[in-house]
Ligand binder design. Structure first.
Ligand SMILES: Nc1ncnc2c1ncn2[C@@H]1O[C@H](COP(=O)(O)OP(=O)(O)O)[C@@H](O)[C@H]1O
Ligand SMILES: [Mg+2]
Length: 231
């Protein structure tokens, strides 16, 4: 079966930057796989996720997601690719504070008819269900502006938004950095359970080693960077 993610000879430098070079010989993920990619601050984790998401310009041939060559996409095709295939979960959550929790979760369905169709007949019901599964307990706040939510609640909204409409791949960029130790493990377990239910693979980047045992596979970015490991 086709890989979910296939990276081959990725070489990326931010425009104008001489210091940093992201260079990965090979990295592959199977469908539904959960991969924990560890790396020190500044090692290029967010850069790698930006490359996979088509946020930066890449030459063709270095990254495919669901068989789609990300480097070949331009303009609106990149936006559609991202909306259709990827769930994105960020360190600072990136919620729209004036929209409610449910409206934030439904955003991918606005940008992708595939996601909307997969979310079922009622995207708002799907959003509420996901929020419930992810431990968003205060139903009175479901329709309040997201700016009024606690950090833990915002994080659940961000996770539900990444998962709605079952994207093939969820990219998570240190989403537990604002949580205390016990809350981290609980959140990661909920996230993994919902990824499995959605059939989504999860690429989770972090520097926090305590979370490693939750995942199918663990890799160190600096080892990939040196070309030492081929996976
Ligand atoms: N938007 C950007 N423009 C230029 N350089 C960047 C940008 N984002 C990150 N970098 C540089 O890329 C390198 C890797 O950063 P990053 O991918 O953010 O690492 P990490 O997420 O592992 O902390 C750093 O040297 C950083 O300064
Ligand atoms: Mg980062």
């Amino acid at each position: 079966m086709e890989d979910l993610l296939n990276i081959t000879h990725l070489d990326y430098r931010w425009p104008g930057s001489r210091r940093f070079n992201l260079s990965i010989a090979s990295l592959r993920m199977r469908r539904g796989e959960t991969l924990y990619l560890r790396g020190a601050s500044g090692s290029g984790k967010s850069t790698l996720l930006a490359a996979i998401a088509g946020v930066v310009d890449l030459p063709p041939g270095s990254i495919t997601v669901d068989g789609i060559d990300v480097g070949r996409l331009r303009g609106g095709a990149r936006d559609r690719f991202r909306a259709n295939h990827l769930g994105m979960l960020f360190q600072l959550f990136n919620l729209l504070p004036w929209l409610s929790a449910v409206e934030n979760v439904m955003l991918p369905c606005r940008f992708s008819s595939q996601r909307r169709d997969r979310a079922g007949p009622s995207p708002s019901a799907s959003a509420e269900r996901l929020l419930g599964e992810l431990g968003f307990e205060d139903t009175a706040l479901l329709h309040a502006p997201a700016g009024q939510l606690s950090v833990g609640q915002q994080q659940r909204v961000a996770a539900a938004r990444a998962l709605i409409g079952s994207p093939g791949l969820v990219l998570a960029d240190e989403p537990t950095s604002a949580l205390d130790e016990s809350a981290k493990g609980v959140f990661v377990d909920l996230l993994l359970r919902e990824c499995a239910a959605a059939g989504a693979g999860l690429l989770f980047v972090s520097h926090d080693r305590s979370l490693e045992p939750h995942f199918d596979r663990v890799l160190e970015l600096s080892e990939l960077q040196n070309g030492a490991t081929t996976c």
